[in-house]
Design a protein. Structure first.
Length: 180
């Protein structure tokens, strides 16, 4: 497979894997907070990560367009690390007692999305087209489940409303590759 063809496949797979990033969740313990208070605090955390997400998305797309797969993979891995840090912060928030199960599920989906993004980044770096596509498909399915749950819970910046991608839906720390 030519390098140009591989980059085109990377772009397509990256768009699917991009959905692996972005979102929020929460922790338990401490005094019970209202759902509205929790959402406000979580969305504020997610919003803090949005500017870096936009920068990493731009770098990722530029790296792919210039066939610099190593840099593209690093940009994607950096975004996965940022998203994981965001999830850690969100996990530290006190979730409403009545909503703890939903918040736990949102965080679990977020962690699964990070794992899929890491797999995609590794595959991009190694030139493993099949693994990259599989990770992208998995990420796409997880993104759909995540956004359905997060949006239904009422998140804005942590849900699809906070998406910042230029060519598709991403969360505050999601990357969207250009498809071709």
């Amino acid at each position: 497979m030519s390098r140009t063809r591989f980059v085109a496949v990377c772009l397509t797979g990256a768009a699917m894997a991009a959905a692996a990033l972005g979102g929020c969740g929460g922790g338990s313990g401490g005094e019970d907070v209202s759902k509205e208070e929790y959402i406000a605090k979580a969305d504020a955390i997610c919003a803090q990560y949005a500017p870096d997400s936009v920068t990493l998305e731009r770098q990722f797309n530029q790296s792919l367009k210039s066939s610099d797969l190593e840099s593209a993979a690093q940009d994607f891995a950096d975004q996965a690390a940022d998203f994981s840090a965001m999830l850690d912060e969100l996990e530290g928030l006190n979730a409403p007692e009545a909503d703890q199960a939903t918040v736990t599920q949102i965080i679990a989906l977020g962690r699964q999305r990070v794992d899929a993004a890491k797999q995609a980044a590794d595959a991009i770096a190694s030139g493993d087209k099949d693994t990259m596509i599989a990770a992208g498909k998995k990420a796409s399915v997880l993104a759909g489940k995540y956004y359905q749950l997060a949006d239904g819970f009422g998140f804005q910046a942590c849900g699809s409303t906070g998406s910042t991608g230029t060519t598709g839906s991403t969360g505050p720390t999601g990357v969207t590759g250009t498809t071709s």
